[in-house]
Design a protein around this ligand. Structure first.
Ligand code: FES
Length: 167
């Protein structure tokens, strides 16, 4: 049996090689673009500054608004406004995430006259205790999440959102 490559085979190998090279040259940037968010370093653990002075906090939760600069959501980078309910418990500063665990509305402190000292969700009358514990018999099935908190130069800085550590 001859090991010679026929002219037809040579042409077909050459075309396949060239075609494969050209296809990979076109596909690589597309693949890189598609998986780009996965390749970016995570911003988790970054502290977000707020205008809330730690000394001014009391045991009464206050709403602290802040902006997360350059938040990357897949391919989009934008500034995102968010908030936290922040109060003091002894020496500790507690910051609760305001998003209801039922369907994601925003909870308010004492948002309902009939339920003082509780967080109220106006969407479906959800209730939470001050520590974020959901009140049984109302729609939310889990406690409010918490932010990690640090005080930097007298101001409250918020970190990652974590599961509620108080309940
Ligand atoms: S979204 Fe809050 S109770 Fe339904």
């Amino acid at each position: 049996m001859s090991s010679k490559v026929s002219r037809r085979q040579f042409l077909s190998y050459t075309l396949m090689g060239t075609g494969g090279f050209m296809a990979s040259a076109m596909l690589m940037p597309m693949v890189r673009f598609a998986i780009d968010p996965v390749l970016q370093p995570s911003a988790d653990g970054e502290l977000i500054p707020t205008s809330q002075k730690a000394d001014a906090l009391t045991e009464e939760p206050v709403k602290v608004d802040f902006v997360i600069k350059d938040r990357k959501d897949a391919w989009y980078v934008s500034d995102v406004a968010d908030s936290a309910w922040v109060y003091k418990q002894g020496d500790e500063i507690i910051a609760l995430h305001p998003t209801c665990k039922h369907l994601g509305c925003t909870v308010n402190w004492e948002g309902d006259d009939k339920n003082p000292n509780r967080f109220f969700c106006p969407c479906h009358d959800g209730l939470y205790e001050k520590n974020g514990q959901n009140v049984a018999g109302t729609p939310p099935l889990g406690p409010l999440d918490q932010y990690e908190v640090e005080v930097v130069d007298g101001f409250v800085y918020l970190g990652k959102v974590v599961e509620n550590q108080l309940v």
